[in-house]
Each structure stands twice: as C-alpha cells, then as structure tokens.
Design a binder for this molecule. Sequence first.
Ligand SMILES: Nc1ncnc2c1ncn2[C@@H]1O[C@H](COP(=O)(O)OP(=O)(O)O)[C@@H](O)[C@H]1O
Ligand SMILES: [Mg+2]
Length: 251
Amino acid sequence: MAEPRKNNIIAVASGKGGVGKTWLAVTLSHLFARSGRHVLLFDGDIGLANVDVQLGLTPQRDLSSVISGRHTLEEAITHYEEGGFDIIAGRSGSATLATLSSEKLEAICEDLKQLQKNYDFVVIDLGAGVEQHVQYLASLAARCIVVITDEPTSLTDAYAFIKITHGNKNAPDVGIVVNQAATQKEGEVTYHSINKACVNFLNISPPLLGIIRRDNKVKDTIRAQKSLLIRAPHSTAATDAAVLSIKLMQK
Ligand SMILES: Nc1ncnc2c1ncn2[C@@H]1O[C@H](COP(=O)(O)OP(=O)(O)O)[C@@H](O)[C@H]1O
Ligand SMILES: [Mg+2]
C-alpha cells in the first residue's frame, strides 16, 4: 500500500473527530493562497465531507461523481473564488472512504498524485480514525499534521494514529498542532504529553508545528459558513494559524 514520497502534499489528521481538522485544512489552504501559492484542498473525509459546508459552497461536482465514474478527478475541481484556491469536495452521506473498493481508492490517489504537479500545495483533510483507507491517503503526503486538543481522547486517538502511521512504509513526516489551546503555555503542556508517549513508546519525537488558541470567532465563522480569514482576519486563531502557515511554507 506504500506510495512514493511527495513533497507538496500535506495531510491534516487527528485520530479523533471534532478537534478542528477541517477548519485548519480550510484556513491553511486560504493562508497559502493569500501568500500567492497555488493550492488544492482535497476533502478526504469522503462520507462525512464538510469542507464545502464550512465554506458555504454548493459545488456542482464532487467526489461522488468521480467515484461513480461520471467525472475525472480534475473535472471535480471547484474554484473557491473568495479564498483563491481550488477544492475537491466530498459528499456527506455518500459512499464512505471505508466502503470504497481499494481499486477505486488507488485510482483516485493516482489521479491526485498527477494533479499535485499543478499545485504548490495540496492539502488533504483526512477523516477521523486510524483505519487503512485513512492511512492510505495519509501515505500520499510528505507531511502530516496531527491536530490534537487537550482532551484525553484526542491524545489517545492521535497517539494511535501516529503509532500506526509510523509503522507504515513511506510514512509522512509527522508534526503536531495543538488546537483550541487555552493559552500558548497550556498548548505546550498538551504537546509535551503526546510527545512524551511518542518518545517513550515509539522512540520518535514529532515536532511541535504550532499552537492555535481557542477562539469563539472560529465557531462564529463556521456557523456563518465563511472562512475565518474573511470574517475575522485579525482574530487570535487566524493569527496563530498564520504563524503556522509561514512555518509550513518555509519548510
Ligand atoms: N481554535 C478553535 N477555537 C474554538 N473552536 C474551535 C477551534 N478549532 C475548531 N473549533 C471548533 O471545533 C469544531 C469542529 O471543527 P472541525 O473542523 O469540523 O473538526 P474535525 O474536522 O476535526 O471534525 C468546530 O465547529 C469549531 O466549533
Ligand atoms: Mg472534519
């Protein structure tokens, strides 16, 4: 199942759902685009897709028509005008990633690997969980951002994801982003707890890529189905995400 290494695909993972993966994938894509990068955001959470929902888009085409064979992956690209980046939307309630045949999944991944040549960054919003299909999509990426919060279940699920990913051939470089941190300091404490488990049990130390503080503006903008960068570009979370995006662009 291993895939050759790519250098411009960034997967956003978490293990646990509800930590802010989709929001971060959207916001990073928007920040990269604002810095002049050509960006494709791929909704890899195929059956519970919500990139389009968070942005209030109703794409004409999405992955379900690719899965059914009506369109190519390239034809399923929607340009998100306000953000200046491209999106391949999933479809909530459609076949989930897990129910896709591995031939179909491999064909989609093959096409995505071709498409990434047209972009500076491809960001994959991965589904929650640690199952094989999620791992397979993650293996396309050179880098994988694991999003955690201070909730114990987030930490255990993220640890499980890192453990399984680490055991795969061609595993992406894993880094940690602490989201919804009360303060920078608390974010560091959260990072240290997962890092300690990784060092002790896996003998690896995934770097801390960034800390994003809890900010009610995130909820407000998701509710309004707008990008945070449009509704509240100077908010705490937008500022923290911008610092992270600069770090990722420098790498
Ligand atoms: N930095 C943040 N501050 C406050 N709330 C946040 C933050 N990041 C995410 N959230 C909340 O978490 C919820 C889940 O986000 P979402 O991106 O859908 O998570 P996931 O994709 O991991 O399931 C959002 O609806 C939002 O309310
Ligand atoms: Mg999500």
